[in-house]
Design a binder for this molecule. Structure first.
Ligand code: TRP
Length: 361
C-alpha cells in the first residue's frame, strides 16, 4: 500500500468569505504543488467559521465559494481529499471527548482567543509595552453582559482544530504563522492524551513549511501589514476586473522619491512586493529603475500591477464561476471527499471512545 507510507497532510481554510491573493500565494498555490507527492487533505472549516459567523446564508454560501476557489486554483479531487468539516460528524463527537482533556486556562491564554474575545466584547487590546494582565482579561470576560458574550466555541476553537488534525492522524500541517500556537496546542493535547491513557494513538503533527524558508508575505493595499479579510485591504480571486483595477488604483502610496536611490516607504515597497509576485522580472526591474532615478509614476506602476494581477486571477475567476454553476459536480467532490475523510475519522473515533471507556454495554 503505497498510500499508507505517504505523509498525511491536512490543512483547512475557514469559510468566512472569499479567498484573496494572500490565501492564493500563501496556501492554495502550495497545496497544488504538493498534492502529487503526498496524501493531501484539504477541507473547509465551516464549524470554525461558526465561531464568528452570524448569517447562516452567508456561511453556507461561503462554503460553496471556498470549495469552488479550491478547485479553480488547481486542487484536484483525484489527487487530494477535499471535504467540508461538518460533513464529518465524527469530528464533533471527538471534540466533545477531547475537551475533557483540555484546560480552560490554557485556552484562555491563547493569543487568537484573546484577540477574538476582545473584538466580541468591543475592548481594546493593550498597546505596545502595556501589560496584558490575565486577571483583567478574565474579569472582563466573566463580567461581560450577555448581549456581548464571548461564545464558548471561540474558547474551544483550538480543541476543534486539534481534532481536525488528530482524527486524521495527520503528521504535517501547513499553516500560517498565526496558527502555529494552535498547532503547538494540538501537539500538547496529543501528548497528554497518549500519556494519560498510556497509549500511542496520536502522532504529533508538525508544521509543514511550504515556503522553503522564504515565507511569502502578501501585503494589503492599505500601506501596511499583510492582506487579510478583517483588514479590508484584500484583492479577491473573484474580484471582477473593474473592481480590481479600482482597488489597485486606490492603493496607498507616498509623494514619490525626491532624490535618486531613496529608500522606499512601506506602502510603495508593498506594491513592489505584489508586482514581484505577479509580474515578470523585466517589468519589476523597469519600475525599480524608474523609482531609483525618480522618474516613476505610481499611476503607471498601478496600471501595470492591476493588469498583471488580473492575468493571475482572471482564469481562476472564470473557473470559479463555471464550478459554482455546476452544483452536481461540487456535490460529488465533497461527497467523495467526505467518504474518504470519514473512513479515517471513524476509525480514530472508535479507538478514542474505546480508550476513554465510552463503550456500550
Ligand atoms: N484555524 C485555521 C485558520 O483559521 C483553519 C483550520 C481549522 C485548520 N482546522 C484546521 C488549519 C486544521 C489546519 C489544520 O486558518
Amino acid at each position: 500500500m503505497e498510500q499508507a507510507k505517504k505523509e498525511i497532510i491536512l490543512s483547512g481554510i475557514r469559510s468566512t468569505g472569499n479567498l484573496h491573493l494572500g490565501n492564493y500565494y500563501g496556501a492554495l498555490r502550495k497545496f497544488v504543488e504538493i498534492q502529487d507527492k503526498h496524501d493531501c487533505n484539504f477541507f473547509i472549516a465551516d464549524l470554525h467559521a461558526l465561531t464568528t459567523a452570524t448569517d447562516p446564508e452567508a456561511l453556507h454560501n461561503s462554503v460553496k465559494c471556498v470549495l469552488a476557489e479550491y478547485l479553480a486554483a488547481g486542487i484536484d479531487p483525484e489527487k487530494a481529499t477535499i471535504f467540508i468539516q461538518s460533513d464529518i460528524p465524527e469530528v464533533s463527537e471527538m471534540y466533545l471527548l477531547l475537551n475533557m482533556h483540555v484546560g480552560i486556562g490554557e485556552l484562555m491564554r491563547t493569543a487568537s482567543f484573546k484577540d477574538k474575545a476582545r473584538k466580541a466584547l468591543g475592548i481594546k487590546a493593550p498597546g505596545e509595552g502595556e501589560e496584558d494582565s490575565d486577571e483583567a482579561f478574565e474579569h472582563q470576560i466573566i463580567g461581560a453582559e450577555t448581549n456581548k458574550r464571548v461564545n464558548a466555541g471561540l474558547l474551544t476553537y483550538p480543541t476543534l482544530m486539534a481534532v481536525d488534525i488528530l482524527i486524521q492522524k495527520a503528521t504535517k500541517v501547513p499553516v500560517g504563522k498565526d496558527q502555529l500556537q494552535h498547532l503547538e496546542l494540538t501537539r500538547r493535547f496529543a501528548r497528554r492524551f497518549n500519556s494519560f491513557y498510556g497509549v500511542d494513538l496520536f502522532p504529533e503533527p508538525s508544521d509543514f513549511d511550504l515556503t522553503g524558508g522564504k515565507p511569502v508575505k502578501v501585503p494589503g493595499l492599505d500601506g501596511s501589514g499583510k492582506m487579510g479579510k478583517s483588514e479590508g485591504n484584500c484583492i479577491y480571486l473573484v474580484d471582477d476586473p473593474k473592481v480590481l483595477r479600482k482597488k489597485v488604483m486606490r492603493a496607498t502610496t507616498d509623494e514619490g522619491p525626491k532624490e535618486p536611490n531613496s529608500p522606499m516607504s512601506e506602502p510603495v515597497a508593498n506594491l513592489f512586493t505584489l508586482l514581484e509576485l505577479t509580474s515578470t522580472p523585466d517589468v519589476v526591474t523597469h519600475f525599480r529603475d524608474a523609482y531609483a532615478d525618480c522618474s516613476i509614476r505610481y499611476g503607471d506602476l498601478k496600471k501595470q500591477l492591476a493588469e498583471d494581477i488580473l492575468a493571475v486571477t482572471t482564469p481562476i475567476r472564470e473557473r470559479v464561476n463555471d464550478i459554482l454553476s455546476n452544483e452536481d459536480y461540487m456535490r460529488k467532490v465533497v461527497r467523495e471527499g467526505a467518504e474518504r475523510a470519514r473512513a479515517r475519522a471513524s476509525e480514530t473515533l472508535k479507538e478514542v471512545r474505546h480508550i476513554m471507556g465510552i463503550r456500550s454495554i
